[in-house]
Design a protein around this ligand. Structure first.
Ligand code: MSP
Length: 509
């Protein structure tokens, strides 16, 4: 079976989860679920980035040990995953032994072969960003705000020879189509690589930063956070070793645009290349929610955190909204108004009503049992054609990460099913005594049931809970693999439908 290994960034454990964290998990989960439905052997990893200055400082401020601090934060992040119905197979925390061992083995190997060396570093250091920064990054004599306080320091440190592998990296990016999605991000990386890259300072003296993984060849130092963090992708699937494992390399690292250049696109592939380990299969780089950290205003003076909407409207509504609104790769705005419009119009009116209409009418006119398709007239032909166009595109859209378009097409189909119901108007046909009208009525209900089956099937990656619920109401188990189930005509004839249900209650609680 073909494998597919997908990861998310591991979140910084120095604060509570926010919309950006939630979105990235949903995005990776949609891809993971889609790949499973494609029949791939999927391994889905996410986790927490627990070392570094900020964590050390936050713990100090709270007067607790860093480990206790991150243990508490880990609970919050793991609760978020549960609340969003994320199907990750593993959760890695960088304070785990299995991770530390791999980081240390990797460092030792690179040190032994001469790719890590000791030198003096003199430069400007941003305490907030935990990195050395360059003078040329100053704007009008000021450091960019993201760096916070910047101090000048000189200290002996360890360096990783990045420059040695620069040409290899450029060639690798140029010769691997689709390696970085979207393509314009790959161009940004190549742009960055036009200048010679500096070697990476990968250590911090323990006296300044004690909360990190000690260098195996010099106990006075810990490793710098990025070297530690990116290695999680390897340590989770190859515990204790650097051997390639079943799932290696990762097929997609899902990350935000802020951490592509240089950590993921430069440090990480070069670290692997230098160690003789296969480089990543590819990156999926998403944009930013521009309102993520802030609270959205609900009405005068009242505010709502986007994450509160998960509990209020359910994980599927939240997953639907973020996937439908965000064109992967671009930035997007999260507003309560837009959320409510999508919820009310797409979910409650279009999808929810279709379900309750079908259940009600089948109960009333056919004793709750799906009848057979018996006629094929203009309205049926239009409906089948409408599915056909979705069918032809849908796999390509999911595969190409055009998830918002996949949902757009699916909901166009849902609308066309509602239009079909209006055109056929079974409630009018029910009043007729003609046997042809009875056949039309039964056909209409059978066609609506079949349409819902198809819509639920293609919605499973984004709305697994609702998808399964619809299958249950259709009297069938949800499909675990798409193959063979995307074609119109897998009759539900004879299935007993569930009792009328409201999938999306319309008013706010
Ligand atoms: N710990 C590092 C990643 C190490 S990966 C080996 C980190 N953590 S983070 O908590 O700051 O960010 C985690 C992920 O959330 C990143 O991919 C980041 O891009 C993403 N987001 C953070 N804010 C975001 C938005 N406002 N919108 C969308 N995603 C954003 O970076």
């Amino acid at each position: 079976m073909k494998k597919f290994y997908i990861t998310t960034a591991i979140d910084y454990a120095n604060g509570s989860p926010h919309l950006g964290h939630a979105y990235e998990k949903v995005l990776a989960d949609v891809v993971a679920r889609f790949k499973r439905l494609q029949g791939l052997d999927v391994w889905f990893l996410t986790g927490l980035d627990e070392h570094g200055m900020k964590v050390q400082q936050s713990a100090q401020k709270k007067g607790i040990a860093p480990q206790q601090f991150v243990d508490e934060i880990a609970v919050e992040f793991q609760d978020l995953l549960k609340s969003l119905n994320i199907s990750n197979d593993d959760y890695i925390r960088t304070t785990e032994e299995r991770h530390k061992t791999v980081v240390q083995n990797l460092l030792q190997k690179l040190f032994d072969q001469g790719d890590i060396y000791k030198d003096h570093y003199r430069g400007y250091y941003s305490i907030r960003a935990e990195q050395f920064v360059l003078e040329k990054e100053m704007v009008d004599g000021q450091w960019p705000e993201i760096y916070g306080e910047v101090v000048e320091i000189t200290e002996p440190n360890y360096f990783f020879r990045l420059g040695k592998y620069q040409d290899w990296l450029i060639d690798h990016i140029k010769t691997h189509e689709g390696y970085i999605y979207p393509q314009f991000r790959a161009n940004q990386v190549l742009e960055f690589l036009k200048e010679p890259i500096n070697d990476l300072c990968l250590s911090r003296p323990k006296e300044r930063l004690s909360w990190g993984i000690p260098l195996p060849f010099d106990d006075d130092y810990v490793t710098y956070v990025w070297f530690d963090a990116v290695t999680n992708y390897l340590s989770a699937v190859a515990p204790g070793t650097l051997e390639n494992e079943t799932y290696w390399p990762a097929d997609r690292h899902v990350i935000g645009k802020d951490i592509l250049v240089p950590p993921h696109s430069v440090y990480w592939p070069i670290m692997l290349k230098a160690a003789g380990i296969k480089p990543p299969g590819g990156f999926l780089v998403h944009g930013f929610w521009t309102t993520s950290g802030r609270k959205m205003s609900k009405s005068e003076g009242e505010t709502v955190d986007p994450l509160d909407l998960i509990a209020e409207f359910g994980p599927d509504a939240f997953r639907y909204y973020v996937t439908r609104e965000m064109n992967v790769g671009q930035d997007s705005d999260f507003t309560l108004e837009k959320f409510m419009t999508r919820y009310n119009s797409d979910l409650a009116n279009d999808l929810g009503n279709l379900v309750s209409r079908l259940l009600n009418m089948t109960q009333r006119y056919c004793g709750g049992v799906v009848p057979a398709v018996q006629v094929s007239e203009e309205p049926e032909k239009e409906l089948w054609a409408s599915w056909d166009s979705v069918h032809q595109e849908i796999v390509g859209l999911y595969d190409g990460f055009r998830l918002h378009t996949a949902l757009e097409r699916t909901f166009q189909f849902v609308s066309s099913v509602n239009r079909y119901a209006e055109t056929r108007a079974p409630w009018k046909l029910a009043k007729s005594d003609s046997p042809e009208d009875r056949q039309r009525l039964e056909t209409a209900l059978a066609a609506m049931a079949e349409s819902l089956r198809l819509a639920a099937t293609v919605l499973l990656p984004v709305m697994p809970g609702i998808g399964e619920k619809i299958f249950e109401l259709l009297g069938s188990p949800a499909v675990s693999i798409w193959k063979g189930h995307l074609k119109w005509g897998e009759s539900l004839q004879g299935k007993t439908l569930g009792k009328a249900a409201i999938l999306f209650p319309k008013t706010r609680k």
